[in-house]
Design a protein around this ligand. Structure first.
Ligand SMILES: [Zn+2]
Length: 403
């Protein structure tokens, strides 16, 4: 069931007639073999083609043990002649990324002798692995050379060569294959290497190569880039984001980093002022609570207070202020509102001055019971949290009887 590989002869063939040689049911659909195909099976880092055969959609194309399988949802009759049509935008995208990869890899190799040791084309991003990390200046220069090669619109030739003929060529990259003819891809004034994929007819078809970033890998580097339509889409999205960010900050796009730094500075100053106000507030609350502290009971002088307006930091600050006073123990409750309709929590902090006879751990266990909560600690400090009941402040009053 040898299939003639039309994509090797003409990467721009979009419509062709073929005969169905086999169609067998597999998980989730069928796999079809044709006598001739321009659907490229995934390989050499390039993604697979899709399209239609007759009225049936071809979702993916894969090669296994020399056979090319077309994956479909519906069956096609064996022996039928079908008109096939390639999903051209998908193929063009793959050819732009793939040919662009040749050009960018050549640029790194040509300028710095840095070799491409791996290539990956995903649905969104494309990467090449280089034999060593490159500097920003090297990336800029390689990108510049690659784009110049594209704008000069050089022809891209694909042909087969015998091993003897191939040995005379200065190939950037050679397949591991040792016997038989090799498929050579040659770009005028540019890349030359062995490759099984589909390529643009001229470099101009690639449109643009844009490096996004470099990621450091073990002993080398991974360069993330986009070509053609993907690069345009990325530019469009980034342009929209920068315009929105500029408008939100009321600055020109080039001043966005300055605008963000300014905002962060203002935010830090406001945060510091807020913390100072919080400290002053807790000092005032502490003064009032200490002035009204109850007479000593069986656990000494214990201040029990609910503070619905304090946050966790302020509550901790207040507790520390209260227990600085000799003989004082404090039980402080505050609340943490629930996010997105979830029930909030009531939180409790318990502490005491070193000379207080109170037992914070014991009192915390009582609160756990009152609020169906969890928490614990030691005699001098304990904390916990429980259900935020609507009457959480009144509930705490039950503790008075024990103090
Ligand atoms: Zn190629």
């Amino acid at each position: 069931m040898e299939t003639e590989r039309l994509y090797e002869q003409d990467s721009h063939l979009i419509r062709w007639e073929a005969t169905v040689l086999a169609c067998e049911a597999v998980i989730d659909g069928y796999r079809v073999v044709l006598d001739r195909t321009a659907f490229f099976p995934e390989g050499g880092g390039q993604l697979s083609d899709g399209g239609v055969m007759g009225k049936v959609r071809v979702l993916e194309t894969h090669e296994k043990e020399g056979h090319i399988y077309h994956f479909t949802k519906e069956p096609v009759p064996v022996g039928a002649a079908v008109e096939c049509r390639l999903d051209w935008p998908r193929r063009l995208d793959h050819m732009q990324q793939h040919t662009g990869e040749h050009i960018l890899s050549w640029a790194f190799w040509n300028l710095y002798g840095v070799e491409n040791v791996g290539f990956h084309m995903g649905q969104e991003l494309v990467t090449i692995d280089l034999s060593r990390p490159v500097t920003q200046e090297e990336m800029d220069a390689a990108e510049e050379l690659a784009n110049r090669n594209i704008w000069e619109d050089h022809p891209v030739r694909c042909y087969t060569a015998s091993p003897e003929e191939a040995a005379k060529l200065t190939l950037r990259k050679k397949t591991e294959k040792v016997a038989g003819d090799l498929r050579i891809v040659e770009i005028e004034d540019g890349d030359i290497c062995t490759c099984c994929g589909t390529h643009a007819n001229r470099t101009g078809e690639v449109g643009l190569v844009k490096i996004l970033r470099q990621e450091h890998t073990k002993g080398g580097s991974r360069v993330v880039f986009l070509c053609g339509g993907r690069a345009l889409g990325d530019y469009r999205q980034k342009n929209r984001v920068t315009m929105e960010a500029g408008a939100a900050l009321s600055v020109k796009e080039t001043y966005i980093p300055d605008g963000i730094r300014r905002l962060k500075g203002e935010l830090a100053a406001q945060g510091a002022a807020l913390r100072e106000k919080g400290r002053m507030l807790t000092d005032l609350i502490a003064r009032d609570l200490l002035a009204a502290a109850p007479a000593p009971g069986r656990m000494g002088r214990v201040i029990l207070t609910c503070q619905p307006d304090l946050d966790a930091k302020e509550a901790k600050l207040l507790l520390n202020r209260l227990v600085e006073t000799p003989g004082i123990a404090a039980v402080l409750l505050y609340r943490v509102p629930g996010k997105e309709g979830a029930e909030g929590r009531v939180c409790y902090l318990l502490g005491k001055a070193p000379d207080s006879p109170a037992d914070c751990k014991y009192l915390c266990e009582i609160l756990n019971g009152l609020y169906n909560g969890k928490g614990g600690g030691k005699a001098n400090f304990a904390q916990g949290s429980g259900r935020l009941l609507p009457n959480w402040q009144e509930t705490a009053g039950a503790l008075y009887k024990l103090l």
